[in-house]
Design a protein around this ligand. Structure first.
Ligand code: ZN
Length: 119
C-alpha cells in the first residue's frame, strides 16, 4: 500500500471512530506516524529538487520539469500534513490559534502564547 492510500485510510478511520477514548490514542499515534512519514517525504523531495537544480546548473541547462512535478508533490504533502495536524488537535481536544497557530485547549478563551481571542 502506498503512503497516500494509507494516510487516506487513517484519516477516514479517524473520522469514523469519533470519540472512543482508547481508539483516540491509537488514532493519534497512527496520525503522528503518518505525519512523520510525510515530513520525511517532504525532506527527501526537497533534497531531490536541490540536486536537480544543481545538476542543471552544472550542465548549464534550464532546470527540468521534474522539479515542477516535485514542487507540486511537496505542496500536496504540506496540505496533507496540515490536515493531519488539525485532526490530531481535534482528537486531543485542542484548538489552533488562528493568529500564531499555537495549539491549545478547546475551552481556552484566549491564546496563551499571543493573547489572541479565540472563538
Ligand atoms: Zn496565538
Amino acid at each position: 500500500m502506498d503512503v497516500i492510500t494509507s494516510i487516506k485510510e487513517t484519516l477516514g478511520k479517524a473520522i469514523k471512530t469519533g470519540v472512543d477514548k482508547s481508539n483516540e490514542i491509537v488514532e493519534i499515534t497512527k496520525l503522528k506516524f503518518a505525519l512523520s512519514d510525510i515530513e520525511s517525504d517532504i525532506s527527501k523531495l526537497m533534497r531531490d529538487i536541490g540536486e536537480s537544480v544543481y545538476e542543471a546548473y552544472k550542465e548549464n541547462k534550464e532546470p527540468d520539469e521534474e522539479i515542477n512535478a516535485n514542487c507540486a508533490l511537496i505542496a500536496e504533502k504540506y496540505e496533507q500534513a496540515e490536515e493531519m495536524r488539525a485532526k490530531i488537535n481535534e482528537l486531543k481536544k485542542l484548538t489552533q490559534c488562528p493568529k500564531c497557530g499555537c495549539a491549545m485547549d478547546k475551552d481556552a478563551q484566549f491564546c496563551s502564547k499571543c493573547g489572541e481571542k479565540l472563538a
